[in-house]
Design a protein around this ligand. Structure first.
Ligand code: ADP
Ligand code: MG
Length: 267
């Protein structure tokens, strides 16, 4: 191969934005000649490296655009600690078929039981499957939409929350939601209804959403749409945060009834 040819290949790869192949060109050519690779094997290797690099870059970019509060996958979720979470159900959700079917996933449960972790873990799976994902909290979304309404830019801001294929709305709980806020929430839910799947987390049972939104009529209109195609993940367990404090010795463990009986008899 001549120097001019090598330079030309470099330029072509640059122009085609095949940056990994450009960076690895000399090494790949060298390896191919050392191992006497066939033309097909060589091409396969070059393209596989390029696709792997592009996929990784895509995932990193979409993960940062999703604005997760932390990046923790389902792999780090300890199912053993939270028996009320059905591992099989979460595995089924991680195939992202719920997204294709336009279904919502609603993790419910008290603070610290892993609702946000599960939502983020499923969001990351969605990104791996090539979907655009956005994470927000109910409070942040309502502040943004109220401000946009006041500034006459509501349509634009609603688009921010309707364009991503999967929207995660975390922490639907007792907030100072006034009737305008409840209305904005309803507008967003209506726009995504049957088109855009969502993951919504709450520490309140559906029965309390009337109080959360300060209006039973609007809450039932919201719930009606959210629950029409939905999968609820009810988590009934202890806070994982509490367990970490227990482990660090910051809290005394609560004695179980048997332990207490034992210590009373030995005292
Ligand atoms: P919630 O949203 O229900 O209040 P989080 O998802 O924020 O709870 O969980 C609190 C912290 O505990 C997070 O750092 C999360 O990663 C961790 N956590 C919760 N449940 C588990 C679990 N079963 N396995 C591993 N980490 C967990
Ligand atoms: Mg949370």
């Amino acid at each position: 191969m001549t120097a001019a040819q090598l330079e030309r290949i470099h330029d072509h790869l640059q122009r085609l934005r095949l940056f990994k192949s450009r960076e690895r060109l000399e090494a790949l050519l060298q390896e191919a000649s050392t191992h006497e690779l066939s033309y097909a094997d060589f091409l396969d290797q070059v393209l596989t490296e390029e696709v792997t690099a592009k996929t990784a870059k895509h995932i990193t970019m979409r993960t940062s655009l999703a604005r997760f509060p932390f990046v923790k996958g389902l792999e780090s979720f300890e199912f053993g600690y939270q028996p009320s979470v059905d591992r099989k159900q979460i595995q089924a959700l991680s195939t992202c078929r719920f997204i294709e079917h336009g279904e919502n996933v609603v993790p419910l449960g008290p603070p610290g039981v892993g609702k946000t972790h599960l939502a983020v873990g499923l969001g990351l799976k969605a990104i791996e499957h090539g979907y655009r994902v956005l994470f927000t909290t109910a409070a942040t979304m309502l502040t943004t939409l109220s401000k946009a309404l006041a500034e006459g830019r509501l349509e634009d801001k609603l688009k921010v929350y309707t364009v991503p294929r999967l929207l995660l709305i975390d922490e639907i709980e007792y907030l100072p939601i006034d009737s305008q806020g409840a209305n904005l929430f309803f507008q967003l839910i209506s726009r995504r209804y049957e088109r855009g799947p969502m993951i919504l987390t709450s520490n309140q049972s559906f029965g309390s959403w009337g109080d959360v939104f300060g209006d039973r009529v609007i809450a039932s209109a919201i719930l009606d749409r959210v629950l029409h195609h939905s999968i609820t993940v009810n988590i009934k367990g202890d806070s994982y945060r509490l367990r970490e404090k227990l482990k660090a010795g910051l809290l005394k463990p609560k004695l179980s009834i048997e332990d207490r009986a034992d210590s009373e008899t030995t005292a």
